[in-house]
Ligand binder design. Structure first.
Ligand code: GLU
Length: 449
């Protein structure tokens, strides 16, 4: 490994001992980029890596709101503006009980390189709160979102920083956040947020984009292996927005999701999640995002409580689409032993680093990294920003066609970057190298900053 890269990883480990997930994300990314540093000694002189692992700035703030019983509640809020070298900071907001500074920083770091892969001018940012939306009324969610935006509105804008959704933040929350931004600023700047409802200037296909993009990327991988998507059986984790997009696009293309998992266990539906079952998934999630068992009861299929579906043999593709570190070493060993060829990460950093390296070392497997596979979501957010800027509305077909092109391109540039450094078909290194090179080049040409 290049000495500057190794020293930077050690430096981050030492200085961020309390932030294990951020350290993991940095380690995963930097471990791939030695050949670029070897070719560009000037980057070391410019202290580029140390600058890349430090956010440009990060805000932390309190978010106070009144619950339905008239009690004051206080939550913690964050926004990191990680890297603005190639465009306005861009990235979602995560509202979830366990959110902390570590998680926001890991997500903001990943976002920088993911956004770069889309080819659109977007820097990396992320935000969130430890607010738990589960069981909250609409009124409570609205008051929370209004308070959150009151704390943040001075620091964001269509050319500054553009938040969007992530776990716990969907169309409803974005609507309340945008309403409060408009009220406070008194301007029509709807490019300040993406993932808006259609009536407020949202983009068609945005809710489906991450899942659709992941399946388009999978198609590229399959084509590389002289294979096709028809008849493929997918085992995924999650049944949220992203997982739902995968289910829908897979069924449109003649494949099917036969396993999916929630926090309570996993479902095995050999006929696949298709047709009206897709609508039921939405209904079930809206009622209770923590239990997928009702699906098994409704459709008379198998539910395995308290377990993950990693290691099942009667599938062709694994796609972890729930949350970070879903697949650790124990699951990775089962996945490798199952003989399944394709491991396509979807959620942000769903695999621990040792598990990911283990899977990558399996000769019979193809592994694809989340920062490439899930980039279609933020990619269509970028297209929403374009539509808002030009005050036009694109058709679903136009947006979908652009998304499809984007995913093909991400696969191609990752493959080419790996080939350029003699790494073969290594999509993980390729995505890291391709995105690092562009962000590094922009930072270098902008001087010390
Ligand atoms: N939260 C999504 C992600 O992880 C989307 C971000 C966005 O659309 O800005 O990429």
């Amino acid at each position: 490994m290049n000495a500057h890269v190794a020293n930077t990883i050690e430096y981050v480990k030492k200085t961020h001992a309390g932030q294990p997930v951020f350290v993991q994300a940095v380690d995963e990314m930097l471990s791939s980029i030695s050949p670029v540093l070897d070719a560009h000694p000037e980057y070391e002189k410019a202290d580029l890596l140390k600058r890349m692992v430090e956010p440009e700035r990060m805000f932390t703030f309190r978010v106070c709101w009144l619950d339905d019983h008239g009690n004051w509640q206080t939550n913690r809020g964050w926004r990191v503006q990680f890297n603005g070298a190639i465009g306005p900071y861009k990235g979602g907001l995560r509202f979830q009980k366990n959110v902390n500074e570590d998680i926001i920083k890991f997500l903001g770091f990943e976002q920088t390189y993911k956004n770069c892969l889309t080819g659109l001018p977007m820097g990396g940012g992320k935000g969130g709160s430890d607010f738990d939306p589960a069981g909250k009324s609409d009124g409570e969610v609205m008051r929370f979102c209004q308070s959150y935006m009151t704390a943040l509105y001075r620091y964001i804008g269509p050319d500054i920083d553009v938040p969007a959704g992530d776990m716990g933040v969907g169309g409803r929350e974005i609507g309340y956040l945008f309403g409060q931004y408009r009220r406070l600023k008194g301007v029509w700047e709807n490019g300040v947020l993406t993932g808006k409802g259609l009536a407020s200037g949202g983009s068609l296909i945005r809710p489906e984009a991450t899942g659709y993009g992941a399946v388009y990327y999978l198609q590229e991988v399959l084509a590389h292996e002289n294979d096709t998507i028809e008849g493929k059986r997918l085992a995924i984790s999650g049944y949220g927005n992203v997982a739902w997009g995968i289910m829908k696009k897979a069924s449109q293309l003649g494949a099917k999701v036969t396993y999916f998992a929630g926090p309570d266990g996993y479902i095995h539906d050999p006929d696949g999640v298709t047709g009206e079952k897709l609508d039921y998934i939405l209904e079930m999630r809206a009622k209770d995002p923590l239990h997928c068992k009702p699906y098994a009861e409704k459709y008379g299929v198998e539910f395995v409580p308290g377990a993950k579906c990693w290691g099942v043999k009667d599938v062709d593709v694994y796609m972890p689409a729930a949350t970070q570190n879903d697949v650790a070493m124990e699951s990775a060993e089962k996945i490798a032993a199952s003989g399944v060829k394709y491991y396509i990460e979807v959620a942000n950093m769903p695999t621990t680093n040792d598990a990911l390296n283990y899977l990558r070392s399996q000769k019979h497997m193809v592994v694809a990294p989340s920062k490439a596979v899930n980039a279609g979501g933020v990619g269509v957010s970028g297209l929403e920003m374009s539509q808002n800027s030009e005050r036009l509305v694109w058709t679903a077909e136009e947006v979908d066609a652009q998304l499809h092109r984007m995913m093909k391109n991400i696969h191609r540039i990752s493959m080419e970057a790996a080939e350029e450094y003699g790494l073969g078909y290594d999509l993980v290194s390729g995505a890291n190298i391709a995105s690092f090179k562009k962000v590094a080049e922009a930072m270098y040409e902008q001087g010390i900053f």
